[in-house]
Design a protein around this ligand. Structure first.
Ligand code: 6CS
Ligand code: FE
Length: 297
């Protein structure tokens, strides 16, 4: 049996923190590839690592997805499912994973050309869903997500070899500048920050509530924030932020009465299918890191 070894281009979770310059394109699609994003949009995505879309879906569609989110969150079967992650303090549901498989409503959103079309254009290939989730982020103290690069986790723990993965966060409630919106360091996607500290077994059980392994040092974050700045994303329900898998990002707690709910879909190129984890003892479950690479049709 031939075993192909895949080179680890982005070492992480060793004894010390180490940076590696990005060795992958940001926009993989050839210039001029037809699709929903115009040339200026692709140039901005290449430069910043993100692209904001003011109205990806309309108000009437938002209502459908909000209703589906409420249905899932209030379903005791879903709440008992391992795909549901609760808030550490309030024990309210924080996230439900793999919504594109457990909900036909969210499955249709994934197949929508305004969504999957942008992913194919940016990644320059057919795509599959590496991960999907609804984040409820209810008010009155829902906790945020500390600074991290998603790719650092998806490489170390899910075995994605290259940076050929794009996420879209679609707001299902208004994202104010006060209720724990997404923050990204513009341009941070061009440097990979390998974090110090080995991945504990079953790390995902804790990391989806509060990430520890794969967390940058204060020094690294200070240097990056000083170099890149920090952009806070606000927008009406229906707005969306597309961002590269290696952006340094995070979001604050939400102590306002206004929930910051979104649906979060991660598209990976079929040319970048997951192999074995690069820095973890075991794979994460497939509801967090997909092992079915069937392209979205
Ligand atoms: O570990 C993960 O895959 C998830 N964690 C965070 C905080 N962002 C990316 C992803 O949803
Ligand atoms: Fe993240």
């Amino acid at each position: 049996m031939t075993t192909t070894t895949v080179t680890d281009l982005y070492p992480s979770r060793g004894t010390t923190e180490v940076t590696t310059p990005r060795q992958d394109p940001v926009v993989w699609g050839a210039p001029g590839t037809p699709g929903p994003v115009d040339v200026a949009g692709l140039q901005a995505y290449e430069r910043d690592g993100f692209l904001a879309v003011e109205e990806l879906i309309g108000e009437d569609e938002v209502a459908v997805y909000r209703q589906e989110l409420d249905r899932l969150v209030n379903d005791p079967v879903i709440r008992a499912d391992e795909r549901s992650v609760v808030e550490p303090k309030s024990k309210e549901i924080r996230s439900v994973f793999e919504v594109h498989r457990i909900s036909e409503v969210f499955a249709a959103l994934v197949r929508d050309e305004r969504v999957v079309g942008r992913a194919r254009q940016i990644l320059g290939s057919d795509v599959y869903v590496h991960q999907s989730r609804i984040n409820v982020k209810p008010g009155f103290g829902a906790s945020g997500f500390y600074w991290h690069s998603d790719f650092e986790t998806w490489h170390a723990e899910d075995g994605l070899p290259n940076m050929r993965t794009v996420s879209v966060s679609i707001a299902l409630t208004e994202n104010y500048d006060t209720n724990g919106g997404l923050m990204i360091m513009p341009g941070s996607h061009k440097t990979f920050l390998g974090c110090a500290g080995a991945t504990p077994k079953d790390n995902y059980k804790k990391s989806l509530q509060m990430q520890d392994a794969g967390t940058p040092s204060d020094e690294a974050l200070t240097a990056m924030a000083s170099q890149y700045g920090i952009k806070l994303f606000t927008g009406k329900a229906g707005s969306a932020t597309w961002f590269d898998c290696n952006c340094m990002h995070g979001s604050g707690d939400n102590i306002t009465p206004f929930p910051r709910s979104n649906v979060f879909i991660v598209f990976n190129s079929v040319e970048n299918a997951a192999v074995e984890p690069f820095a973890a003892p075991v794979r994460r479950p497939s509801f967090v890191g997909a092992r079915d690479f069937t392209p979205v049709r």
